[in-house]
Design a protein around this ligand. Structure first.
Ligand code: ADP
Length: 484
């Protein structure tokens, strides 16, 4: 155990199945992307192990669902309290496996905890309905019941929060849960399980399956008849595979898939505020979030000013090891991520874009990459159609509102969009016209547990967070009573 933790028992390398810590015959290495060092060797579970975890979750579901909302709420609240108490250690584990700056990792822990707190509260408020009968002797009641066993597959970019957003509503309404974290970042998920056990979450209700066999475990979760629902965050490519695999058993699905967020700066915007917003929307998590601004459209009258100011702010980012003081920007997750960023820059430059800042790997080596600003970007470039998932801000120029809305909507994705304007009528018009599930107006940061997060088009299905966030984990049952 090489990390410096107040509570070293949070660094768990075994799987958590049916309330027991399980060792597999094989292990896999988890590495720190800042240094390449191996920080842990984690049990590598199989599809057959996954089936056992599903059996455990299936066996646990009746008792968990039978608890009152208030009882489940109290346990989730305890879990939230423990996560907050241990936030520093959880942040250390997160930075060590994912690379983001420690302060940002701590922010993620608190953000994820916010979902557990929120849904602990919602657990008590799963209301049904009564409907006036359609005949004199009839009474109609609508019950909301948990869907049952939920299978979860999550990515590495938010190793804690992506799981928190899913497990909190699921457990709140009485579902049980089998989580398969990304193989690059299993330690944060296992640390959550350590605290779940301490909080008194019963055996089988929350299981964590670390595994390098993403396809095998995914297939088991999708095909197993005991799983009622799959909740996935990741690429649209894998989302499509899972959707196909789920069709045989008609599983319910929540999918948080890729985005290609437009960020629009109109002439009438507060330019300094727009620059601040763009910094957050573009460079948070080193550009590795599905709601990151991918295409920045700036109206011609303010294009040069915006480009200069964004360049100056971007130049002040501090790249380095996530544990070093004052760092704002960690490494990219792996070599493939770095190669994609380089490819997008090269493609843009070959088609006429200018690199006004960065544009190349950092001299720190590894997967560190210089935050980059490109001007003269046009729709024929890869940065326009594909998610870059890295620290590249491509600036497109536009003339009028109708054109920019067409360009913004010209995408198969529809997750987040952002725009800056001080004209109230335009704010309404553009908010309504953008084909995305979320719109940030005069802000670059929209994620919060109190609001519904999710996309339209090929960005996914369902919503996470807010009062709507429980619905994805509930079935509606209508009871018709006659002879009254
Ligand atoms: P990202 O680019 O964010 O890693 P992916 O969609 O590739 O997005 O991965 C998201 C999660 O899906 C990861 O945990 C990954 O291991 C998992 N995954 C990848 N391929 C499959 C698959 N065929 N079936 C199930 N899960 C998969």
């Amino acid at each position: 155990k090489i990390l410096s933790l107040n509570d070293p028992s949070l660094l768990e390398t075994r799987a958590y199945v049916d309330g027991a810590w399980v060792t597999a015959s094989k292990t896999f290495d988890v590495r720190n992307p800042s240094t390449g060092d191996v920080i842990a060797q984690v049990s590598d579970l199989t599809a057959a192990d996954t089936a056992k975890a599903i059996d455990a979750a299936y066996a646990a579901k009746a008792d968990w669902a039978a608890q009152t909302g208030k009882e489940r709420s109290a346990i989730l609240r305890k879990w939230f309290d423990l996560i907050v108490e241990n936030a520093d250690d959880l942040a250390t584990i997160l930075t060590s496996e994912m690379g983001k700056p420690w302060a940002e990792a701590r922010g993620e822990i608190m953000y994820g905890a916010g979902y557990i707190e929120w849904f602990a509260e919602e657990a008590k408020r799963i209301y049904g309905d009564t409907i006036p009968g359609h005949q004199r002797d009839k009474r109609i009641v609508v019950l909301k019941q948990p869907v049952g066993v939920v299978g979860s597959i999550t990515p590495w970019n938010f190793p804690n929060a992506m799981i928190a957003r899913k497990v909190a509503p699921a457990l709140a309404v009485g579902c049980t849960f089998v989580a398969r974290p990304a193989e690059l970042t299993p330690l944060s998920a296992l640390a959550m399980a350590v605290l779940a056990e301490r909080a008194g979450i019963p055996a089988g209700v929350f299981n964590v399956i670390p595994s390098t066999d993403s396809a095998g475990v995914g297939q088991e979760l999708c095909a197993n008849e005991k799983v009622a629902k799959i909740t996935f965050t990741g690429s649209t490519r894998v989302g499509k595979i899972l959707m196909k695999q789920c069709s045989d058993t008609i599983k319910k699905m929540s999918l948080e898939l890729g985005g290609n967020a437009p960020f629009i700066v109109f002439d009438d915007a507060d330019i300094d505020a727009a620059v601040e917003g763009a910094m957050i929307a573009k460079f948070r998590n080193n550009g590795q979030t599905c709601v990151c601004a991918n295409r920045i459209y700036v109206q011609s009258g303010v294009y040069d000013t915006f480009a200069e100011k964004l360049k100056a702010k971007t130049a002040s980012l501090a790249i380095g090891d996530g544990f070093a003081d004052g760092i704002t920007t960690g490494p990219l997750i792996n070599t493939a991520a770095k190669e994609k960023v380089e490819d997008h820059i090269q493609d843009a430059v070959s088609k006429g874009a200018n690199v006004i800042l960065g544009g190349k790997p950092s001299n720190l080596g590894g997967t560190f990459f210089e935050p980059t600003v490109l001007t003269g970007v046009t729709p024929d470039m890869k940065v326009s159609v594909e998610e870059t998932f890295g620290p590249v801000a491509p600036l497109f120029k536009f003339e009028d509102e109708a054109d920019v809305i067409n360009m913004a909507n010209d995408s198969e994705f529809g997750l987040a969009a952002y725009f800056y304007s001080r004209d109230l009528a335009r704010v309404w018009r553009v908010s309504e016209a953008l084909e995305t599930g979320m719109v940030g107006v005069n802000t670059g940061l929209i994620s919060t547990e109190v609001a519904p997060f999710g996309g339209i088009k090929q960005s996914g299905l369902g919503r996470e967070g807010s009062k709507y966030g429980t619905e994805d984990f509930l079935e509606i049952k209508y009871v018709c009573m006659g002879e009254i």
